[in-house]
Design a protein around this ligand. Structure first.
Ligand code: MLC
Ligand code: AMP
Length: 497
């Protein structure tokens, strides 16, 4: 935090954020975040890593609150504006949240759970701006800064804890390799409860003295409208978003298409990540925009780890080379490093790697090898220095629209419905979403109530975790020890298409 704040001091008069039609300077961001810190501290000097959650749409307010929590010595826990109350309650309880800052827009929605859990609530718009600014204690780099929730091979999401030092390293490495400067202007359309939006877009911009413009959520037409102003120099998104931008471009008359394509000349860099970028999407986008997408690879637990080069060859279907200071090796199932050319799990070491899963020492321990390498669960091969992602070691982890989703989490919700006897969830390949979430169900009754099953899922899970297709089967395919064989199940869905 200290590093971000002292960087911001260098750019006081520059525009830091464009949001909801207003411009905010770095001075305003510094002052507003100090005001938030003072309210959180209530006269103390340090929150001593108390967890502070916040539910605010991507905007100036979001950033001011995040920086305010950091200045006050708290751990920032961003809540997802798309999550239903059940998912939010889980995070509030798991992270043992002490206070929540919420914008007016989400207050009525959140209040019942805050009352239920007895959590102090601060309504952002009602904070008294005349409060005396706190004399907050300096925050050392090894202190915990943020918890982001990520799905894994367990049914409940885990809180990934990073320190101020980890975050500084993650930001600085991207600023250096992608040539960020104060002249840059980026549009954020990503959700701000994941590293892609928080670190790669917003924090890199603010470290650099650049301008970060927010749309509250992705909207394909609005994104093209902003492109057409030609004020942007950078754009970063998941492959699904490039797919949608291409589709929209294709739907327009030729003269409009030409103007849209011409507006892409203002960019110096466009980046894709969070999921595999299909080569046809890269090629079509290059034809439309003249921009060769730079694909990189990362993870909530490690920030960014591999990146195609900014200046040299960006190889389609590959995620490039290790970022400076990040060590990567490919290992077999016994954690032994493999010879060049062999396929293995990506394992990662370096100052970019997270500290721990919140309150889950066993999960933390098992995600590292005995000699301290983080096990990513992604399988890759390297040729000529360029890494290529081949898949994941677990079929229970799905990537849909760039979101990581646990099949087990969805199955446990489905199984809580009285009509469902067995449930098998997985991802099937899909041009638009990367993977589409599908579920096979064995029903307890002759006529299962699919509508009420879908209602239950919507109540318990955000829309991006919803199965998009259901298949009713008599039994799930299982192996000799009774475990569901998901690869067999997957072929049922593919045959059924
Ligand atoms: C939404 N829809 C889906 C879906 N999500 N359909 C299938 N599969 C999905 N996953 C449907 C909705 O039901 C709705 O349909 C329609 O799409 C529009 O819904 P929406 O919620 O408005 O979607 P949209 O805003 O268009 O969302 C698409 C998206 C979003 C790509 C913008 O998924 C997104 O923001 N993804 C980014 C996630 C991210 O930031 N990941 C980074 C994780 S960090 P209908 O019919 O109801 O209208 C990480 C590390 C790293 O991975 O390397 O970066
Ligand atoms: P998350 O936990 O949401 O941070 O997602 C991290 C996962 O996204 C990684 O483990 C990969 O499986 C996937 N991922 C990120 N970038 C890429 C990429 N460029 N190509 C393929 N998979 C990717």
């Amino acid at each position: 935090m200290q590093a971000l704040l002292s960087r911001a001091e260098l750019f006081r008069e520059r525009i830091a954020i464009l949001s909801e039609g207003s411009r905010y300077t770095y001075s305003q961001l510094i002052d507003q975040s100090a005001m938030v810190a003072a309210h959180l501290l209530e006269g103390q000097r340090d929150l001593h890593e108390s967890r502070i959650a916040f539910l605010i749409d991507p905007s100036f307010a979001y950033t001011a609150v995040q920086w305010g929590i950091w200045q006050a010595g708290g751990i920032a826990v961003p809540l997802c504006v798309l999550h239903p109350l059940d998912s939010i309650r889980y995070v509030l309880q798991d992270a043992e949240i002490g206070q929540v800052v919420v914008s007016q827009a989400h207050l009525a929605f959140l209040s019942p759970v805050l009352d239920e859990l007895g959590i102090r609530v601060l309504e952002y718009e009602s904070l008294d701006a005349t409060i005396q600014i706190a004399d907050a204690a300096p925050i050392e780099e090894n202190r915990k800064a943020m918890i982001l929730y990520t799905s894994g091979t367990t049914s409940s999401p885990k809180g990934v804890v990073t320190t101020h030092g980890t975050i500084r390293f993650q930001i600085k490495s991207l600023v250096d390799v992608w040539g960020w400067s104060e002249d840059d202007h980026i549009l954020n359309i990503l959700p701000l409860h994941h590293v892609h939006g928080i670190i790669n877009v917003m924090s890199c911009a603010l470290w650099s003295g650049a301008c970060c413009e927010f749309l509250p959520k992705f909207d394909v037409q609005q994104v093209w409208d902003v492109f057409r102003t030609e004020r942007l120099s950078l754009f970063m998104a998941v492959p699904t978003i490039y797919y949608k931008l291409i589709q929209y471009w294709q739907s327009q008359p030729v003269a409009v298409q030409q103007a849209m394509s011409a507006s892409c000349q203002s960019f110096r860099l466009m980046v894709s990540g969070s999921a595999a970028l299909p080569v046809p999407v890269l090629e079509q986008w290059e034809q439309i925009s003249g921009q060769r997408l730079l694909e990189r690879y990362g993870m909530t637990e490690v920030g960014m780890a591999l990146s195609n080069p900014y200046q040299a060859e960006r190889r389609p279907g590959h995620v490039g080379q290790p970022l400076p200071g990040v060590q990567i090796r490919l290992a077999d199932s016994f954690d032994q490093e493999l010879a060049s050319g062999e396929q293995g799990e990506i394992q990662i070491k370096g100052p970019n790697v997270f500290l721990e899963y919140w309150n889950k020492p066993d999960a933390t321990q098992s995600s590292f090898t005995a000699d301290g390498w983080f096990r990513s669960g992604d399988i890759a091969v390297v040729s000529d220095g360029y890494y290529q992602i081949l898949g994941r070691s677990s079929i229970d982890i799905i990537k849909s629209g760039g979101y990581k989703v646990s099949a087990l989490e969805i199955e446990s919700v489905l199984l809580s419905h009285p009509d469902v006897l067995q449930a098998g969830v997985l991802g099937v390949p899909d041009d638009e979403w990367g993977e589409l979430i599908v579920a096979a169900l064995v029903s307890r009754t002759k006529q299962p109530d699919l509508k009420s099953i879908e209602r239950l899922v919507s109540e318990k899970l955000p829309s991006y975790k919803k199965p998009r297709r259901y298949l009713m089967v008599d039994d799930l395919p299982k192996n000799t020890i009774g475990k569901v064989t998901k690869h067999k199940l997957k072929s049922l869905f593919i045959l059924d298409q």
